[in-house]
Design a binder for this molecule. Structure first.
Ligand code: GDP
Ligand code: IMO
Ligand code: MG
Length: 446
């Protein structure tokens, strides 16, 4: 066994959409394996190279690198309909995928009736709705924890159809009792029956992908000296335990989730790469202390193209929130920070950053519990904008002084360095800080 070989984790430090997919794609050449450990098709991870853009929902973001093994871990929930569409949209033929994609047979299936329930629960919540992506994530994880879910392995068992029909009937009865009219419901524009038919077709394709036990597959790869990157979905502030509950997703999005969602011991986690945007965004409901409602928010949305990769919804935009970022760094044990989308702020004359919260007249520089977040008034520090195009920049040292000052402010507040900066959606628009040792660390042999 190679003692020192550990899996690195890459995850989001805000409310999702930090640019995780792009950064995983950039780092993949240094890894043999990329593994998703939680979430499902609520995720939308965008990658861009050779003038094309791709959006991944279920498939890990290492898929475009030949030779990289991509794993969907036990902690992920999978919708065969969405998976099958994803294969087509990405032009990834089954024969090719079979060589580079592996799905844990313990991962749970999202049934069409889980999506039905997601819609029914949101309808029932009315104004208090979560703003779910309506992909059935919450109901699928609910069934997993209630021990009535269906795992991918179950889909090949002789009693599968019976299990499916029993669970579907329970879901229908619950949805109807919540006031949901199944006949009127559309799932991705399809009636329930049409969606279900397509779901079963998708299931046949999904079952053609090799199944593994992710705990054995990943640990054995590490034992053999392979470098593994665990890819998080959503973001720390959407974590079921540590996010702004109840406005969260239904999985553990934090670094510890990689242990549970792949079957890794805590001692097998190496670097934790924390990705954050140079500002904040959030889709769906829930508290967002630094949210901007006026022109600055609209400007950021326009320049950053802040519309959901999964649902197309406009993302709420606001200033960078350092107390929240510091909390996220603590809970994940982040070892390296990665900042994305600074280029979106290029035109701004001045930029604000939240350095504390005022709650009931008192200043606090740690994030208050979710229940108090609603009353937290951000205390801002204002810095001069760099008002420079960053297109021609290829090293950290060439960054405009005002942007370097912004980075220093963040580093001093958080206590660790920003080692990678992303300045655009394309693979190539990425700067590694010299001397930070990331590339040296990633090229080290075990
Ligand atoms: P993820 O869910 O964390 O993978 O992030 P998304 O893909 O949902 O959202 C990030 C969006 O920003 C995508 O449209 C990316 O193509 C884009 N993006 C990533 N990094 C940068 C960057 O540094 N600058 C700009 N302008 N866009 C970026
Ligand atoms: P990636 O991986 C941003 C949000 C939803 C909603 C809440 C619960 O692309 O960063 P769910 O469908 O999970 O029950 O929705 O979480 N949400 C995301 N927001 N990025 C995501 O994923 C998200 N996945 C879920 O908008 O507020
Ligand atoms: Mg996204």
């Amino acid at each position: 066994m190679t003692e020192n070989n550990r899996a690195d984790v890459l995850l989001g430090l805000q409310w999702g959409d930090e640019g995780k997919g792009k950064i995983v794609d950039v780092l993949t050449p240094h890894y043999k394996m990329v593994a998703r450990f939680q979430g499902g098709p609520n995720a939308g991870h965008s990658l861009a190279f050779e003038d094309k853009k791709y959006i991944l929902h279920t498939i890990p973001s290492g898929i475009f690198h030949p030779g990289c093994l991509n794993v969907v871990g036990n902690g992920v929930v999978v919708d065969p309909y969405i998976f099958s569409n994803e294969m087509d949209q990405l032009n990834l033929p089954l024969e090719k995928l079979k060589e580079s994609l592996f799905i844990c047979s313990k991962a749970h299936l999202i049934l069409p009736s889980h999506r039905l329930l997601d819609a029914a629960f949101e309808l029932k919540k009315g104004k208090l709705k979560i703003g779910s992506t309506l992909k059935g994530i919450g109901p699928a994880y609910t069934d997993k924890v209630a021990r009535s879910g269906i795992r991918i392995a179950d889909a090949s068992a002789p009693d599968f159809r019976q299990k499916y029909d029993t669970l579907k009937a329970e879901h229908f009865s619950l949805a109807t009792s919540l006031g949901c009219k199944v006949e009127e419901l559309r799932l991705d524009g399809l009636s329930f029956d049409a969606y279900e038919k397509a779901w079963f077709k998708g299931l046949d394709r999904l079952l053609a992908i090799p199944q593994v036990q992710s705990e054995l597959f990943v640990n054995e790869a590490l034992d053999k000296g392979a470098r593994v990157l665990a890819e998080g979905a959503q973001g720390t502030l959407l974590d079921i335990d540590f996010g702004s509950y109840p406005f969260v997703t239904s999985s553990n999005t934090i670094a510890a989730g990689a242990c549970i969602g792949l079957g890794l011991a805590p001692s097998r986690i190496g670097e934790v790469f924390g990705v954050f945007k140079a500002y904040c965004t959030r889709v769906g409901s829930g508290p967002f202390p630094t949210e901007l409602h006026g022109d600055d928010g609209d400007h950021i949305r326009k320049m950053g193209n802040e519309y959901g990769s999964t649902t197309g919804r406009p993302r709420r935009c606001g200033w960078l929130d350092l107390p929240a970022l510091k909390y996220a760094v603590m809970i994940n044990g982040v070892s390296r920070l990665i900042m994305t989308k600074a280029d979106v702020l290029n035109d701004l004359e001045s930029i604000k950053v939240c350095v504390a919260y005022e709650i009931d007249g008192e200043q606090k520089n740690i994030m208050p519990p979710a229940c108090n977040l609603q009353n937290a008034k951000p205390v801002y520090k204002e810095i001069k904008g760099w008002q420079n195009d960053l297109d021609q920049i290829d090293t950290f040292e060439q960054l405009p002084p005002a942007l370097l000052e912004y980075v220093s402010l963040i580093e001093e507040y958080i206590g660790i360095t920003v080692d990678i900066i992303s300045l655009g959606p394309d693979r190539k628009q990425t700067l590694f800080r010299k001397g930070a040792g990331i590339l040296e660390r990633l090229s080290k042999k075990f």
